[in-house]
Design a protein around this ligand. Structure first.
Ligand code: ASP
Ligand code: MG
Length: 470
């Protein structure tokens, strides 16, 4: 089997974990699978780099930068020592340490430059944040050599990923796929390339990144390019679950779900997979497996194109908390053409993303759910646009949560909405707003924030998600 295996920041959080990961990869290769490895930055390195860059541009204090670089040097040197199971003197460790040191010197210079310039452009943010993965890949690659594999590390762009110039959220250009295939496609057993996730380069040769959590995207791009049989995303969670186990202790790991369901779930705050990250896998029909590095023996969740029809109509219940509701009303809105268009345009111009929309057929009000950070600017934008007439009232409520129930099996099955709202009624939970897209893969609704956990538990029980087949 040809696979791509990606390891997240927690999975490669320190040297001991990197050693564990190296053994996982070795066992996989020994079982006869050809593999490209993609790695995230070690632990929270990306956050630390971003924070340091921001502080450098505002406070302009080079001493702080020296302190952070020293910290990074210590953690990465320790990771090498622990991962290689060696004292610092072995030649393979020395070689990797040299590489790490020179990359740290490079990022230190860049940060000091930002300090003196006092400005931080999107382009420099990408350059600085790329160093987390650039430090991690040589270490994991070295750890693979110490367990007896042949390995070499590549940055995303050395692997062939070339992107648009959208710093912070770049997208791969089409020729990426042929380039990656050419550079990494001829896999042989015992030879394991380790590619730094998250980072790439655009056509004018500056460093770009694929968005936070972008290593999954890298894995999916590479999987699509080399025609992998499966893409495995190793994380610190058991897989994709029926609900947040912190809210519902009996939540189960879903053995399989479809791409559509995975995407729907991510819109509802399940942070396990980003829709953009699995897009190349979907386009090439490659199954994506989410596995837990700390329980490698369990199967995790397999995300596939089509799933055989199952008895379970609902697969998962999730909740988004950081949201607010806006209600726009006025008798003047009835039958008035263009009100919705004006609201949406005003919000788009104010940079507000709308998560959920609902309009009753009386047309006397439109309700919207937005990110709570955007609430003030959203209300202001609508007020400014409707200064006179049509809209009478704009009210808002920050104390709400959005609950989503997700499952492709819901489509065309009567009674799912009935069961949902009945269960909520029995639990004395008032529903503030409802929305169901015509794809029928989810039903979403808003409830008071302090009832959101009760709502999730009531629905998990109603649809017996604790008994979902494993
Ligand atoms: N290191 C990057 C981040 O923290 C990418 C990733 O971890 O996937 O966002
Ligand atoms: Mg990370």
């Amino acid at each position: 089997m040809k696979t791509v295996m990606k390891f997240g920041g927690t999975s490669v959080g320190d040297g001991t974990r990197i050693k564990h990961v190296a053994r996982l990869i070795k066992a996989h290769v020994d079982a006869g699978h050809n593999t490209v490895v993609v790695t995230s930055a070690i632990g929270d390195t990306t956050d630390l780099l971003l924070d340091t860059a921001r502080k450098a541009s505002t406070s302009g204090n080079p001493d702080n930068i020296k302190k952070i670089i020293a910290e990074l040097r210590t953690t990465h040197h320790k990771a090498i020592r622990d991962a290689f199971n060696s004292t610092i003197e072995t030649s393979s460790a020395i070689e990797v340490i040299k590489e790490i040191n020179s990359r740290l010197e490079e990022v230190e210079k860049a940060l000091i430059g930002i300090c003196y310039l006092g400005e931080l452009t999107a382009r420099s943010v990408d350059f600085i944040s790329s160093f987390g993965e650039r430090l991690a890949a040589p270490i994991l690659s070295g750890a693979l050599r110490t367990v007896g594999l042949n390995s070499k590390s590549f940055t995303g762009d050395e692997a062939g990923i070339v992107t648009t110039k959208d710093y912070g959220n770049a997208l791969p250009l089409e020729r990426t796929y042929s380039q990656v295939k050419e550079r990494l496609g001829h896999l042989v057993e015992d030879w394991v390339p380790v590619v730094s996730g998250f980072i790439a380069r655009c056509e004018d040769d500056t460093v770009t990144t694929l968005g936070r959590g972008g290593s999954d995207f890298t894995a999916s791009i590479i999987g699509a390019a080399i025609g992998a049989d499966e893409i495995w995303l190793w994380k610190d969670v058991p897989g994709i679950m029926t609900a947040d186990p912190g809210v519902v202790p009996v939540a189960r790991t879903l053995p399989t779900i479809s791409y559509i369901e995975a995407m729907e779930m991510s819109y509802f705050g399940a942070k396990v997979l980003h829709p953009r990250a699995i897009e190349p896998a979907i386009r090439h029909g490659i199954p994506v497996r989410v596995k837990n590095t700390f329980q490698p023996e369990s199967e995790g969740t397999l995300v596939v194109g089509e799933e055989e029809k199952r008895r379970d109509v609902v697969k998962a219940v999730s909740v988004i908390n950081d949201v607010a509701l806006i209600n726009v009303s006025g008798a003047g809105m009835i039958g008035h053409i263009g009100v919705a268009a004006r609201i949406f345009t005003a919000l788009a111009e104010a940079g507000v993303n709308i998560m959920m929309i609902s309009q009753g057929s009386s047309e006397a009000n439109i309700s919207l759910v937005v990110d709570d950070k955007h609430l003030d600017s959203a209300v202001r934008a609508i007020q400014t646009d409707f200064k006179n007439g049509i809209v009478r009232d704009i009210t808002s409520d920050e104390k709400i949560s959005v609950i989503g129930i997700v499952g492709s099996g819901m489509a065309g099955v009567p009674g799912v909405a009935g069961r949902t709202f009945n269960a909520l009624g029995r639990a004395h939970i008032n529903v503030i707003m409802i929305s169901q897209g015509s794809s029928q893969h989810n039903i979403s609704f808003a409830v008071a924030k302090d009832q959101s956990h009760d709502a999730v538990r009531a629905l998990h029980r109603e649809f017996e998600l604790d008994k979902i087949k494993i």
